[in-house]
Design a protein around this ligand. Structure first.
Ligand code: 3PG
Ligand code: MG
Length: 407
C-alpha cells in the first residue's frame, strides 16, 4: 500500500486524558491457558508510555470469533490479568466494552490507570463496523490510539469506525510494524528478496503478484514450490500440489521473467512415503522424486543455493516455512536458513522482516524469532500488506483521511 502519514504518540500529550487503546489481545489459548504472550509483551511499551505520561488507558480488543454473542469462554478477563502481570501494575477489567458498566469503570479511573474492557466482538456491531458501536466506544474517551496492526485488515467498529470520531494516533507497536514493512517493501535497500512458503499458491496469488513488482529475488518454498515444479513438467510423486494451478504458476514465472525478478525453486528435496515424524527419508534431486514419495522439505543443495542467494541481498521479507516444519526432520531446511538469516542480520549485513501465520512459529521453533530485524505480530494483516492492500485500520489512522465527526 502507499505510504501514508500518521500521528504517533509523539504528537499526543495524554496527561489527564482518557485514551481508548485498540490492542490485539487475540492471543493463542489452549485449555483456557494463554500459550504465547508475544502480543501482550509487544503491546506493553505503549501502555507504559501512556500511563507514565498520566493517561487513563482504556484498552479494547477482540478475542476469537464470538459472532456478536456473549461467550464466557471468549472473555478478555484472563488477558487483562496477563497484561497486569506483564506490566507489573494493576489492570482493572470491565465486563462490557460500552454502556453503563464500561462508563462507570472509566469514571472511576485516575491518571495513570489501566482498564481492559470486555471483548468487542460480544457486540454484533463490531464486525459490522456499526457507527453506533464506534460512537459508543468513542464516547468513553478523548483520544484513540490504535496499536493493533495485526487486526488492521478488519474494518470493524473498534479498528476503523471509531477513528472517525476521535483524534487518532498510531501506538508504538503499530508504528514499529509500519516502519518495518516500509523498510522491507516500500523503500527497501536493494537487492531485496522474499521467501514465500506455505501449502498453496491459490491462497498467495495476490501476494506473489505484488511481490514480483517489488523484489529482485523470490524464493518459493513449502508445498507451493511443488506446484511450480510440476508446472515445469517435473514429476513430484505424491507431493501435495495444486494440479489446477499449473497455468497460473507458469504465468507467474513468465511475469517474473519479464520483470527481471528471479524466481528460485528447490533443486533437491527430502522425501518420504508417509506423512509423520521421523519416517524413513530419501534425499533426491527434484527431478528424481520417487513416484510413491512426497516432498516434505527442501534438501541440502537447496539450502546451499538459498544461502548463497541471501548473501547477495540487503533486505529480505520472509513469509512461510520451506518444509513441513512441524514434523521432525522436515524442519531442517527452515531451521538452517533461518539461522543463516539471523546470523547475517545480527552481523548487520541484512535487514530481515518476518511475519504472517506459521512463519513466526517456524522461526521461534528455529530459535531465531528474536534475531530478525523485525518479527511481526500479525498473521492475516501481514499477508494483506504483502498483497499490497490498503488495510482499513491503517487508512483510518492516516492523517490524509483524518476528519473528526461529531459524536
Ligand atoms: C489475528 O489474530 O489474525 C487478528 O487478531 C485478527 O483476528 P481475526 O482473524 O479473527 O479477525
Ligand atoms: Mg486470524
Amino acid at each position: 500500500m502507499a505510504t501514508l502519514s500518521f500521528k504517533t504518540l509523539d504528537a499526543l500529550q495524554p496527561k489527564g486524558r482518557k485514551v481508548l487503546l485498540r490492542a490485539d489481545l487475540n492471543v493463542p489459548v489452549r485449555d483456557g491457558q494463554i500459550t504465547d504472550l508475544t502480543r501482550i509483551e509487544r503491546l506493553a511499551p505503549t501502555i507504559r508510555e501512556l500511563a507514565d505520561k498520566g493517561a487513563r488507558v482504556i484498552v479494547v480488543s477482540h478475542f476469537d470469533r464470538p459472532k456478536g454473542q456473549r461467550v464466557p469462554a471468549m472473555s478478555l478477563e484472563p488477558m487483562a490479568s496477563a497484561l497486569g502481570k506483564t506490566l507489573g501494575r494493576p489492570v482493572r477489567f470491565a465486563e462490557d466494552c460500552i454502556g453503563p458498566v464500561a462508563e462507570q469503570a472509566v469514571a472511576a479511573m485516575q491518571d495513570g490507570d489501566v482498564l481492559v474492557l470486555e471483548n468487542t466482538r460480544f457486540h454484533a456491531g463490531e464486525e459490522k463496523n456499526d457507527p453506533d458501536l464506534s460512537k459508543a466506544l468513542a464516547a468513553l474517551a478523548d483520544d484513540y490510539v490504535n496499536d493493533a496492526f495485526s487486526a488492521a485488515h478488519r474494518a470493524h467498529a473498534s479498528t476503523e469506525g471509531v477513528a472517525r470520531f476521535l483524534p487518532s494516533f498510531a501506538g508504538r507497536l503499530m508504528e514499529a510494524e509500519l516502519n518495518a514493512l516500509n523498510i522491507a517493501l516500500e523503500n527497501p535497500t536493494r537487492p531485496v528478496g522474499a521467501i514465500v512458503g506455505g501449502a498453496k499458491i491459490s491462497t498467495k496469488l495476490d501476494l506473489i503478484g505484488n511481490l514480483l513488482d517489488k523484489v529482485d529475488i523470490l524464493i518459493i518454498g513449502g508445498a507451493m514450490a511443488n506446484t511450480f515444479l510440476a508446472a515445469k513438467g517435473v514429476g513430484v510423486g505424491k507431493s501435495l500440489q495444486e494440479a489446477d494451478m499449473h497455468d497460473t504458476a507458469r504465468a507467474i514465472m513468465e511475469k517474473a521473467a519479464s520483470k527481471g525478478c528471479e524466481i528460485i525453486l528447490p533443486v533437491d528435496a527430502v522425501t518420504a512415503t508417509e506423512f509423520r515424524a521421523d519416517p524413513p527419508t530419501k534425499t533426491v534431486p527434484v527431478d528424481a522424486v520417487p513416484a510413491d514419495a512426497m516432498i516434505l522439505d527442501a534438501g541440502p543443495e537447496t539450502v546451499r543455493l538459498l544461502t548463497e542467494k541471501i548473501v547477495g541481498l540487503k533486505t529480505l521479507v520472509w513469509n512461510g516455512p520451506l518444509g513441513a516444519f512441524e514434523l521432525h526432520p522436515f524442519d531442517n531446511a527452515t531451521n538452517l536458513l533461518a539461522a543463516e538469516v539471523a546470523r547475517r542480520t545480527q552481523a548487520g549485513q541484512l535487514t530481515s522482516v518476518a511475519g504472517g501465520g506459521d512463519t513466526v512459529s517456524a522461526l521461534r521453533h528455529a530459535g531465531v524469532a528474536d534475531e530478525m530485524s523485525y518479527t511481526s505480530t500479525a498473521g492475516g494483516a501481514f499477508l494483506e500488506w504483502l498483497e499490497g492492500k490498503t488495510l482499513p485500520g491503517i487508512q483510518a489512522l492516516s492523517e490524509l483521511s483524518e476528519r473528526i465527526l461529531p459524536l
